[in-house]
Design a protein around this ligand. Structure first.
Ligand SMILES: [Cu+2]
Length: 464
């Protein structure tokens, strides 16, 4: 049955492939690439990598020749271009998580672009309007492709950022491997219906506990991205003074110490860490969630102390996100719930064959050419508030594509008015997220626990 579906849909490959090239050509004619930035090549590959002592893991996916997908560096307000070349035996796309790109560049198959089939390519070109820490991943057969490695970090630099003495980028993710270091089934239905299926081997930058050197007494910018498909983290820094300076790419209004800060899949934090004065001192970034606390990465102080002070660090420049007008904002009710309804899905883009979750009681049927109607149709330039309610006993990192929202209020806690693209909603929480619908197109809104996304917790809004 699955095979039949796959083969039938693959017949459309030729047509869709031509569409992809056509779109790229149109992009060039349309002048998006007028400034002609050098195109970054992102070629998917199946490689081996070593995560366990017993030996290398086969069937690992990456962009490039080997190792972790590259950290992509872009500049705020400057054109970026990348060619995705698909060299794996599975259709794929790239989504630029958190970057406010034109809809055609958003990487969601069927909704905004055709699949990129084996041997085909797609040219992405956009100008990131915001500085900060972002990431990229496929939006097709997502659980399998992300689970096997296709998750990379993006740094959008801002020349006016305060000066740090060192910077490190940490890509946090797990791998679901058996005792022989080979991949085991990516999910279990009974877990997908709860918190999601956890990996068995935890890594940062594809290794266990990487260590970075940084000047003693210096200020370090630690950019951390959770690119895992399931795991929620509770962060703590040991051995140094640390402050969260940005969340999900945007500066926080008030800096705070990351004391058990909960962040979910898809989220990022930028930490400013003041290294200890003594050479050789170790600073640890840890996850204290659950029963087994884990040191994720460490920093080692080197050289004579620079004697810097965290309080001297200038604020990060705010990103140019439009201010929501609460007086005129229309409210959109959004409830997250479990469902027993089993919607048969016909999709090659990674349907898991189950429906466990729903948005406003509608389980998403999969990334099919005929998706359900948009959750809401929004008028370009108008303000909206999503009144989101979590009726489930699990937490959900809810991600909106294409636009950034401001966290306005929560029924269960004090919240800072942070600008973000992903909100980790807690059980029984109601939250208000305000935004200006300033980016035309169809924009997904989904849980970033990929099993939840793929078993119903997905919808989209249309901005016209
Ligand atoms: Cu979820």
């Amino acid at each position: 049955m699955t095979l039949f579906t796959r083969r039938r849909l693959l017949k459309t490959a030729a047509v869709a492939g031509v569409g992809g090239v056509g779109l790229a050509a149109m992009a060039r004619l349309g002048g998006w690439a007028a400034a002609a930035p050098e195109q970054v090549l992102l070629k998917t590959a199946k490689v081996q990598a070593t995560f366990m002592d017993v030996g290398p893991t086969r069937d690992v996916l990456t962009y490039g020749e080997a190792g972790m997908p590259p950290v992509l560096r872009m500049k705020k307000g400057e054109p970026f271009a990348a060619r995705l070349v698909n060299a794996i035996d599975d259709p794929t796309t790239i989504h630029w998580h958190g970057i406010r790109v034109p809809n055609k560049m958003d990487g969601v198959p069927f909704l905004v672009q055709p699949y990129v089939y084996t041997g085909d390519h797609f040219d992405y070109a956009f100008t990131p309007p915001d500085a900060g820490t972002f990431w990229y991943h496929p939006h097709c057969n997502t659980l399998e492709q992300m689970g096997h490695g296709l998750t990379g970090v993006i740094v959008v630099e801002n020349p006016s950022d305060p000066k740090f003495d060192a910077e490190a980028v940490v890509n946090l993710r797990d791998w679901r491997l058996g005792d022989d270091a080979q991949f085991i089934q990516q999910f279990r239905p009974r877990d997908a219906a709860k918190t999601g299926t956890y990996g068995t081997v935890r890594t940062a930058n594809w290794v266990d506990q990487p260590q970075f050197d940084a000047p003693s007494g210096g200020l370090v910018r630690l950019r951390v991205a959770i690119t895992d498909v399931t795991r929620i983290y509770a962060f703590r820094v040991e051995g140094a003074e640390a402050a969260v300076i940005a969340l999900d790419g945007n500066p926080v209004p008030h800096r705070f110490s990351p004391d058990a800060l909960l962040l979910g899949p898809g989220q990022r934090m930028d930490l400013a860490i003041r290294m200890p004065d003594e050479e050789g001192a170790i600073v640890g970034l840890g996850d204290i969630r659950g029963t087994k606390p884990k040191t994720l990465a460490t920093l080692r102080a080197t050289g004579a102390s620079l004697k810097r002070d965290l309080r001297d660090l200038a604020p990060l420049e705010a990103n140019p996100v439009q201010e929501v007008d609460l007086a005129s904002a229309r409210h959109i009710a959004l409830s997250l719930s479990a469902t027993a309804e089993n919607v048969p899905s016909d999709s090659i883009c990674g349907t898991l064959g189950y429906s466990f979750w729903a948005i406003n009681k509608v389980p998403w049927p999969g990334d099919t050419p005929d998706p359900t109607a948009p959750l809401a149709e929004l008028k370009l330039g108008k303000s909206y508030v999503i009144d989101m309610e979590n009726l489930t006993p699990q937490s959900h990192p809810m991600h909106l594509h294409g636009m950034s929202f401001k966290v306005l209020s929560s029924s269960t806690r004090q919240v800072q008015p942070v600008i973000s693209d992903t909100y980790l909603i807690q059980p029984n929480e109601k939250v208000q997220l305000g935004f200006v619908a300033d980016n035309p197109g169809d924009w997904l809104l989904h849980c970033h626990i990929i099993e939840h996304q793929k078993t119903g917790m997905t919808s989209y809004v249309r901005v016209v």
